[in-house]
Write a protein that binds this ligand. Structure first.
Ligand code: PGA
Ligand code: MG
Length: 215
């Protein structure tokens, strides 16, 4: 069985915060709530869409509202990559990792349909052996079962996997099943979240780092 590199999506493969920001603010403004700045929204990303909407509403003195969440998730921008781009150098890094004999998968807390739509809009969908979304399984990151279920769906195993992510949830999910993790510095999580893991400063660092972790 070949080695497998499992990527987080938001903040790791794609800079999706501008579309998340726009869609979230639309749902808030429709409720007469003040919008957030892009930087504020970046700090709310990482724990899935329910927690994101809950954080945004709590910050405006409101309780979680399922309608607001549904409206946010249904927003076309979340899945159509209107403003979202793959981080510069990601396509080349994926190609180099594949050329080294790795298979690729995605483990994201974003709902699966939105993750698939987004990857398809960016022409990246065919590359991944599995896409494990935030609603694909009963649990999500930081629960290691999310990563294990994604690996199983990809026909992979923890003993031959490496995780790459931008958030504490990625580090913790990987640690919980003995998978080495690379923290990426270009995402939305502050660097303290690396918690001693190797840090990639640029996507071009990834092929070498994954090879080091599972030589
Ligand atoms: O939807 C989120 O909160 C984050 O998604 P991610 O797991 O791809 O970073
Ligand atoms: Mg992320």
């Amino acid at each position: 069985m070949s080695r497998i590199a499992v990527f987080d999506l938001d903040g790791t493969l794609v800079d999706s915060a501008p579309d998340i920001h726009a869609a979230l603010n639309r749902a808030l403004v429709a409720r007469d709530l003040a919008p957030y700045a892009l930087q504020e929204v970046k700090a709310m990303i990482g724990d899935g869409t329910k927690v994101l909407v809950e954080r945004a509403l709590t910050g405006r003195g409101r309780d979680f509202d399922a309608d607001c969440h549904d409206e946010f998730v249904a927003d076309e921008d979340i899945r159509s990559a209107r403003l979202t781009v793959a981080f510069p150098g990601i396509a080349e890094a994926l190609a180099a990792i594949e050329a080294d004999g790795w298979r690729l998968a995605v483990c994201t807390n974003k709902p699966e349909a939105a993750a698939r739509g987004l990857l398809a809009s960016l022409g990246l969908d065919g590359r991944f052996a599995a896409i494990g979304g935030g609603d694909s399984f009963p649990v999500r990151k930081p629960d290691p079962q999310h990563l294990l279920a994604t690996l199983a769906a990809a026909g992979g195993e923890a003993g031959k996997a490496v995780m790459i992510g931008d958030h504490r949830n990625d580090i913790q999910a990987a640690a919980g099943c003995g998978v080495p993790c690379i923290f990426v510095a270009w995402g939305y999580g502050p660097q303290e979240m690396a918690a001693g893991r190797p840090v990639a400063s640029h996507p071009a660092d990834l092929p070498g780092l994954v090879a080091t972790l599972r030589g």
